[in-house]
Write a protein that binds this ligand. Structure first.
Ligand SMILES: *Cc1c(COP(=O)(O)O)cnc(C)c1O
Length: 389
């Protein structure tokens, strides 16, 4: 029995704590590929080969399962390896429903890899449960959703979608990367499988690439364990250690990320250079009430567009503190240009249909001093204004 009640304690003490052999408060990095056996089938600590299982990875897997409230966790070499393992549950003829905005790589692996195996998908506006339910046909075996979804931060009612999925006996899969279990726990809302790109907030320091899967039934646990061992996209022991280390500070980082984001969202909204702004923390944002019901707050991702008289390239080039880079969720603030970066894999027709314009900027608010961030954004906006001729 755990001697704590709250998630911010579980971040530090959850899963497997320390090392019984030495009293080390951290789980050691078991940098080994294999384990000596005392005789045929006589394993010493239950481990035989590190693709199948490794104690450092096992500690991380137990930790994420506890944090998300599932029964088993699995660690992979990237978020996409985690997604690929989950998609490997499906077979030829199966179809998935995808949220309207999802990570570009999720779209790409379905459109360009799983299509080879006749696993198909349809992009549906899951923010509307009625539209979502109408899209469920006999071939549909799962809904794959993100909320708030990448990059327009549209909010899907996870509980409503999961209830519809249960009624139709299909799986609810939630990519919880943007929220983390500290802000949102999809399993408590009815999801069957949670996926993370742990590269982002869970790692939190932009120093590793990793993915996690959490499942809710013994059947799914056995299937994902089999797929993980068979396809082999596992996370190494050192990166597992780094990720456990990152997760310990998740609560304090997320509090600061979201405090900063609330202030920056207000600053951007008041700035006349900003045309549109997407931030689920705004009271008048799409899905705000649902967001506040299913998550702790609006998170720390903000997307916005500048008025036409501002030059996007000049804006990016003028930023000194905020870096132009792929990724999000690190301690440092990052901006990206979804239409040519994170969502370049979407064909232009789909980008247009879902509202990912050429002008869209996505900001991952870091934990720097918020007034330094505002000063940087402010001067970059000023420098990017085109002069009338
Ligand atoms: C980055 C990201 C992924 C992919 O994860 P990698 O670790 O880059 O493979 C999946 N989903 C979301 C929401 C992401 O932001």
């Amino acid at each position: 029995m755990a001697n704590y009640k709250h998630l911010d304690s579980a971040l530090i003490h959850g899963g497997i704590y320390g090392d019984a052999l030495t009293g080390s408060v951290n789980v050691p990095i078991y940098q080994t590929s294999t384990y000596e056996q005392k005789g045929l089938g006589k394993l010493v600590g239950g481990y035989e080969y590190s693709r199948t299982g490794n104690p450092t990875r096992a500690a991380l897997e137990a930790l994420i399962a506890e944090l998300e409230g599932g029964i088993a966790g699995f660690a992979f070499g990237s978020g996409m390896a985690a997604t690929t393992a989950v998609l490997s549950l499906f077979k030829s003829g199966d179809k998935l429903i995808l949220s309207q905005n999802v990570y570009g790589g999720t779209y790409r692996v379905l459109a360009k890899v799983f299509n080879h195996f006749n696993i198909t998908f349809e992009i549906v506006d899951t923010t509307n449960p009625e539209i979502f339910e109408k899209a469920i046909t006999s071939e549909v075996k799962a809904a794959f959703i993100e909320s708030p979804a990448n990059p327009l931060l549209s909010v899907t009612d996870i509980q409503a979608v999961a209830a519809i999925c249960k009624k139709h006996h299909i799986l609810t899969i939630v990519d919880n990367t943007f929220m983390t279990p500290y802000l949102q726990r999809p399993i408590s809302l009815g999801a069957d499988i949670v996926i993370h790109s742990a590269t982002k907030y869970l790692g939190g320091h932009s120093d590793l690439v990793a993915g996690l899967v959490v499942v809710t039934t013994q059947d799914l646990a056995e299937k994902i364990a089999f797929i993980q061992n068979s396809t082999g996209g596992v996370l190494g022991p050192f990166d597992s250690f780094l990720l456990i280390r990152g997760i310990k500070t998740l609560a304090v980082r997320m509090d600061r990320h979201t405090q900063n984001a609330e202030i920056i969202a207000q600053f951007l909204r008041k700035n006349e250079a900003v045309k549109n702004i997407y931030y689920p923390g705004f009271e008048d944002a799409q899905g705000h009430a649902i967001q506040m019901r299913q998550a702790k707050n609006g998170g720390a991702m903000i997307s916005f567009e500048l008025q036409d008289k501002y030059d996007l390239n000049r804006f990016f080039e003028s930023l000194h503190l905020v870096a132009l880079a792929e990724s999000l969720g690190g301690v440092e603030s990052l901006v990206c240009h979804p239409s040519t970066m994170t969502h370049a894999a979407f064909p232009k027709e789909i980008r247009d249909a879902v509202g990912i314009t050429e002008n869209l900027i996505r900001l991952s608010v870091g934990i720097e001093n918020v007034y330094d961030l505002i000063a940087d954004l402010s001067q970059a906006i000023r420098s990017s204004e085109l002069q009338e001729v």
